[in-house]
Design a protein around this ligand. Structure first.
Ligand code: UT7
Length: 331
């Protein structure tokens, strides 16, 4: 028994749009093929939100499903933290809009912009509000509608990304379950290699920015790969060492789903066998802030109370980090 309050995940839910964009359809849009995409990334298909939907719509679906599943009243939620780089608008925040759409009348909320590390940054931040004893029910969402900022004429980026949302409920736990530790890092020089150049105060929208396709994601894949493969592996090993965890102690690696080769390198560095690694990249591609909660959602039934999970991510910023948590329930 440990009386210190920890923030435990007590439920997880997700939302994925119906439309499936598979490698075959993509190869009719740009000069690519299933073999290249599969061997270089591990991705087979991704989901795309159509019909004028926005990030808040996916987040709201995930939140509503989470509330229903955990028998939680919308008005009992104290706070919602949304990790996203594809907010509906520059302002207000996606969190504000989700509060309205999902009826979170007594909550406050804010967005965290940390690209593919959005969920790691968000859950670490949200956990603090529980650990202080101030709040009892906090929702953390990772959502991205990458199709809204992807150039479907650029084969180097359009094959990678997809849309989706995942949400978890955090509640206080005094039995030692929940978030144990986190390490968060950033290096702003990474903006040279991964950036959405226009639409912010540096390059506000003009006819020229649109004509130059500057509102789309630009990525130097090889450079990002080098940083990602090193840093995601290192930070995952670091959080294990810091918490005296051996590879036997770790039950699950929950890795950001950017590239199967990055996931494999991280698992190898941690000394984990494949059966301990959550992988769904083949179905959804890289959904940016949504990859980690979507993994938890997909694997929820296999998780057991007391399992040690290491969540790990790397993304635009650069941002990266790892979270160590003890799973709090059996499904
Ligand atoms: O989640 C946020 C962080 N992002 C990441 O973690 C992404 C990290 N980077 C990557 O995952 C990989 O770098 C990519 C998947 C983006 C690219 O894989 P790569 O093995 O690094 O390929 P490359 O960029 O070195 O390109 C190799 C070749 C090039 O042709 P040449 O110059 O060798 O003739 C590219 O033009 O593959 C070509 N290529 C493609 N061919 C078919 C690039 N994209 C495609 C494509 N289909 N979609």
């Amino acid at each position: 028994m440990n009386n210190k309050i920890k923030a435990a995940i007590t439920g997880v839910h997700g939302y994925l749009p119906d439309f499936v964009l598979d490698n075959k359809k993509l190869s009719e849009m740009v000069d690519t093929n299933d073999e290249w995409i599969t061997t270089r990334t591990g991705i087979k298909e991704r989901r795309i939100l159509k019909n004028g939907g926005a990030a808040s719509d996916m987040a709201t679906e995930a939140v509503k499903g989470l509330l229903e599943k955990t028998s939680t009243k919308a008005e009992d939620i104290d706070l919602i933290v949304v990790g996203t780089v594809t907010a509906d608008y520059p302002f207000p925040s996606t969190a504000n809009i989700v509060c309205d759409k999902a009826g979170l009348k007594n909550a406050f909320g804010f967005d965290i912009k940390a690209a593919c590390s959005g969920f790691i940054y968000s859950i670490s931040t949200a956990a603090q509000f529980i650990e202080t004893g101030k709040y009892k029910k906090v929702i953390v969402v990772g959502v991205d509608m990458m199709s809204s900022i992807i150039d479907y004429e650029d084969r180097t980026t359009c094959v990678i990304f997809g849309d989706g949302a995942g949400a978890v409920l955090l509640e206080p736990n005094i039995e030692g379950y929940g978030v144990q530790d986190f390490i968060l890092r950033n290096d702003g020089e990474g903006r040279k290699y991964l950036v959405q150049p226009a639409g912010g105060s540096k390059n506000p929208a003009t006819i020229e920015t649109v004509e130059k396709r500057m509102h789309f994601v630009k990525q130097e894949g090889k450079q990002v790969f080098k940083f990602a493969v090193t840093n995601m592996a290192e930070v995952s090993a670091e959080i294990m060492e810091k918490n005296n965890l051996t590879s036997e102690d770790v039950d699950w690696l929950v890795p950001h789903q950017a590239n199967l080769r990055i996931i494999d390198a991280t698992a190898n560095r941690m000394g984990l066998t494949k059966d301990k690694v959550m992988i769904n990249i083949e179905k959804y591609g890289n959904t940016t802030a949504a990859t980690l909660p979507l993994c938890l959602w997909d694997y929820e039934k296999q998780l057991k109370k007391g399992d040690n999970l290491i969540l790990s991510a790397f993304g635009g910023g650069f941002t990266w980090g790892a979270v160590y948590l003890k799973w709090a329930y059996n499904s």
